[in-house]
Design a protein around this ligand. Structure first.
Ligand SMILES: [Zn+2]
Ligand SMILES: [Zn+2]
Length: 359
């Protein structure tokens, strides 16, 4: 039985109708703020007004038409983007337990709950997976988003909207340290000083014995020190075999080989960065003979509530990572800013609160 069929199907009070604004990727390099129908109520679903939406490399790949989601046919344009988001509940199927006004962060991955993998506790590998803003479900860069009630996490007052937009990337970081079994015995290197890398430094600061940040951007390395890195090391000045755990968070094709070079015998490499080019310089025999474990970190679907707590207590902090916030009408400028040759705070947000006024 699917999750959807278990919930009641009473009408959802206060669910608006008509049309709404939505920032849509209409084709390679083309963004439009379009007027689209407000999604209709469905059993088990919640209508949320997004307040902040983060933009990341995945959105840029969709924008440029280079995304693997487009190549394999899961995603298609026109597409309402936005998978890193928070908002307020506007209306909900009563069976979901959500109420108007509830503050929420949204999951990207929305598993079906009913397939063999979901029932075996491996929701992240769901055979009928949908991902908000990527495929199967519209994204949050709109006045409203409709999502299943089970795909939302409650936000406490201690986590403001700007911060909450970073919960989605942070769950992947939490998963990387959970899967690699990080402890105070570990000497950690984090490769990359983007949003994921800086969050990984913050997390490792709390759970590892030492953490070094490795990167190419001097401003990013300075930020990593602010985030708690013991040392900030430019690529090219690192020492081979000196870390028990390496977290690859840059997504640069050559970084995987670098991570294998940096890890000590018996160590672990957590791969979060998504490099879509082949990596040159990897010798599989070295992985075998040195007993290195390589773990691909897909996402952190099971860590939303814990990650929100980490932001609430200050173990993770978003503010040093936010480079710019653009209003709803300036999505094209936000994408252009993302791609400009810039350094420093990596995260770019869209602030959609202006769309709440005409509700
Ligand atoms: Zn993202
Ligand atoms: Zn499933």
């Amino acid at each position: 039985m699917s999750l959807l069929s278990e919930v009641r199907t009473e009408p959802s009070a206060g669910w608006p109708s008509g049309s709404m604004e939505a920032v849509t990727i209409v084709g390679p390099g083309r963004l439009e703020t379009a007027s689209v129908p407000v999604p209709e109520p469905l059993p088990g679903t919640v209508l949320v007004a997004p307040r902040h939406v983060g933009i990341c490399g995945t959105d840029l790949e969709l924008f440029h038409g280079t995304s693997s989601y487009l190549a394999d046919g899961r995603a298609a344009t026109p597409l309402i983007f936005g998978h890193e988001w928070c908002g307020r509940v506007v209306s909900a199927d009563p069976g979901t337990g959500w109420r108007p006004g509830d503050r929420v962060a949204g999951q990207t991955m929305v598993p079906c709950g009913g397939c063999a993998r979901c029932r075996a506790g491996r929701r992240g590998l769901c055979r009928r997976m949908r991902e908000v803003g990527l495929y199967g479900l519209d994204g949050a860069a709109a006045k409203y988003i409709r999502v299943p009630g089970h795909a939302l996490a409650r936000l406490p007052e201690a986590v403001p909207d700007r911060t909450a937009a970073l919960v989605e990337p942070a769950v992947t970081v939490v998963e990387s340290f959970a899967r690699t079994g990080c402890s105070f015995y570990d000497r950690v290197a984090v490769l990359g000083t983007g949003t994921i890398g800086l969050l990984a430094v913050q997390f490792a600061r709390r759970v590892a014995g030492e953490v070094d940040a490795v990167g190419v951007d001097p401003a990013g390395l300075a930020l990593a020190v602010r985030c708690g890195a013991d040392r900030a090391i430019p690529v090219g000045e690192t020492t081979a075999g000196s870390y028990s755990l390496v977290v690859e968070a840059s997504g640069a094709p050559e970084a995987f080989a670098h991570a294998l070079d940096l890890v000590e015998p018996g160590g672990r490499v957590g791969v979060i960065g998504v490099a879509n080019e082949p990596t040159v310089g990897v010798v599989a025999g070295s992985v075998a003979l040195r007993g290195v474990s390589v773990l691909g970190i897909q996402h952190g679907l099971d860590h939303y509530d814990r990650t929100i707590e980490l932001f609430a207590t200050g173990a993770l902090t978003a503010d040093p990572l936010i480079g710019a916030t653009f209003p709803a009408g300036a999505a094209a400028e936000a994408f252009a800013f993302m791609e400009s040759a810039r350094s420093g705070p990596p995260k770019v947000l869209l602030d959609l609160t202006e769309w709440e006024g005409d509700r």
